[in-house]
Design a protein. Structure first.
Length: 150
């Protein structure tokens, strides 16, 4: 039986819960990954940050912008915020923006179990953890396909 450890994506950077938004953006831009596990001082998994959710929360929708344009005092306020984003980035921490409900799978689990769990939970990726609940990588639908083809 093919197990998760054989197919998982390894060497995924870990974010400490106290990592600043600036550090988070730096890691995303340099790592090539679109999800990052958030851990505590013992490297135990606490949550997850996805670049997709992060950007959705940082950027305004068209509806938000049209509403802001109608209320000039809000528009002025948000313009100041955007201009001073460098001052704000160090204040927002990983623990403030992480998703706490993370679906995990053990390294020793079968790829079939991973596929079933993804389907059951309707997720595209699972964080892979070792026996100490320390993240060691992730599996996605791509790895599921590779496992079934081999």
């Amino acid at each position: 039986m093919k197990n998760v450890k054989e197919f998982m994506v390894r060497d995924i950077p870990l974010l400490h819960e106290e990592s600043s938004m600036k550090r988070i953006l730096e890691i995303f831009s340099n790592s090539g990954h679109n999800i990052l596990p958030v851990v505590n001082d013992d490297n135990v998994l606490l949550g997850l940050i996805s670049i997709e959710e992060l950007l959705d929360n940082l950027l305004f929708s068209k509806e938000d912008i049209s509403l802001l344009e109608k209320m000039s005092f809000f528009a002025d306020f948000f313009s100041d915020v955007v201009e001073n984003v460098d001052l704000i980035l160090p204040l927002v921490l990983a623990k403030d923006i992480m998703q706490g409900n993370v679906f995990t799978i053990r390294e020793s689990s079968s790829m079939i179990k991973a596929a079933v769990l993804m389907k059951k939970k309707n997720v595209h990726k699972l964080i892979v953890v070792n026996e100490k609940n320390v993240p060691t990588g992730y599996v996605s639908r791509n790895e599921i396909c590779k496992a079934f083809l081999e």
